[in-house]
Design a protein around this ligand. Structure first.
Ligand code: ATP
Ligand code: MG
Length: 350
């Protein structure tokens, strides 16, 4: 039976380059999977950084190019990763031709939306990593998405770039996709300098409640993780940027609940119905523990040959044989985080 669940699509977009889009997208997807959600990541950037940072090296033969133009069932394009419940549609080589091919279509901005609407994956969330441009690929992501997350760095020129990206996002919502909610903004690579503090204050003043409380600090662990082809929240789960990424995922879920149920001043995150939206700040430790367990499972032995990438590749190979397709239940995997978590809402404890 075809899965009936429709994933919430989240486009991580800013036309500016090098500001933490891929880092935000991959860590959000991994944290959502650690929380117990079925998550997918679509890499729409020909650089393929999201694909490699989830351990898919080399890039898969079939991927997001085929998502746009191929005829395969979607479930064949979303490959299992080493992380339970997380699937990735990687940036394959042919994606470099996609901008041109798209521009020759009749409704070039609407190809991804139509393709995803035809075939359901049974996932809860689909995160799309956009390239640093405002071309046809990001336009397809934004035309299909219900949520947009816009990373912004706390540096002097960021404010101007953020205004431009915001305007573009609102244009898309106005003309192509009325279902796209107001973008959520996350401050990335934030630091303790006065200048950074000034920029942060300006962004918060201008974009108000759209700015997440959680900022992702500048942290060398992120670079160490990317060298190991791993998201930082698994590579060094206790690093400041990793902990912040998990807080961001929890804050995002809180907003999701508000968007679905209306604003609640007490901000309870309980959902008796699905259970899946129950996560709150008090669950930080339980989800963090799952990330630490994933770290322990993947960490290469001392003096490893090939280090993390080799250890992850071996784990992925072993996993491929028994990993389920998106929408299938995984046998033997740990119970989803939310199934074991306390049911009541407690204020932030971390
Ligand atoms: N919080 C952080 N602390 C330190 N370095 C970071 C942080 N976030 C990202 N980086 C580093 O900054 C670089 C750019 O990050 P990332 O690839 O996430 O940005 P991007 O916006 O996706 O870039 P592009 O526009 O090229 O796709 C990478 O080398 C990454 O490791
Ligand atoms: Mg990127």
């Amino acid at each position: 039976m075809a899965p009936s669940r429709e994933a919430t699509l989240i486009a991580v977009f800013n036309q500016k380059g090098g500001i933490g889009k891929t880092t935000t997208a991959t860590n959000l997807a991994v944290c959502l999977a650690a929380m117990g959600f079925r998550a997918g990541l679509i890499d729409l950037d020909t650089q393929g950084n999201a694909t490699s940072s989830l351990g898919l090296v080399p890039a898969p033969a079939y991927g997001s190019h085929d998502l746009l133009f191929g005829r395969q069932p979607l479930a064949e394009l979303f490959l299992p990763t080493v992380f339970p419940r997380l699937f990735v549609c990687g940036a394959n080589d042919l994606l470099t031709t996609a901008e041109i091919r798209l521009s020759m279509q009749r409704n070039p901005h609407d190809v991804l939306r139509r393709r995803l609407a035809r075939d359901r994956l049974g996932l809860d969330f689909l995160v799309i990593d956009c390239p640093p441009a405002f071309g046809m690929l990001p336009l397809n992501a934004l035309a299909a998405a219900r949520r947009a997350i816009m990373p912004v760095t706390a540096e002097p020129l960021a404010h101007h770039g953020a205004q431009k990206a915001w305007t573009n996002l609102r244009r898309v919502a106005g003309s192509l996709n009325p279902g796209l909610s107001r973008p959520d903004i996350v401050l990335t690579m934030s630091g303790a300098t006065r200048q950074a503090g000034d920029v942060t204050a300006t962004i918060q003043r201008e974009f108000g409640v759209q700015v997440f409380d959680t900022e992702i600090p500048r942290d060398p662990a992120v670079i160490r993780a990317s060298l190991a082809d791993m998201p930082v929240c698994v590579y060094e789960p206790s690093a400041p940027a990793a902990r912040a990424s998990l807080r961001l995922a929890i804050e995002f879920l809180g907003r999701e609940r508000e968007r679905r149920d209306g604003f609640d001043p007490d901000r309870p995150r309980l959902d008796e119905g699905s259970g899946a939206m129950r996560l709150g700040w008090s669950d930080f430790d339980a989800v963090h523990e799952i990330l630490r367990r994933w770290n322990a499972r993947l960490r290469p032995p001392m003096a490893p040959e090939g280090g993390w990438p080799a250890a992850a590749a071996a784990a992925l190979k072993a996993r491929r044989a028994r990993a389920p397709r998106p929408g299938e239940r995984e046998r033997g995997a740990e119970a989803p985080a939310y199934a074991r978590l306390p049911r009541d809402w407690v204020s932030e404890t971390t």
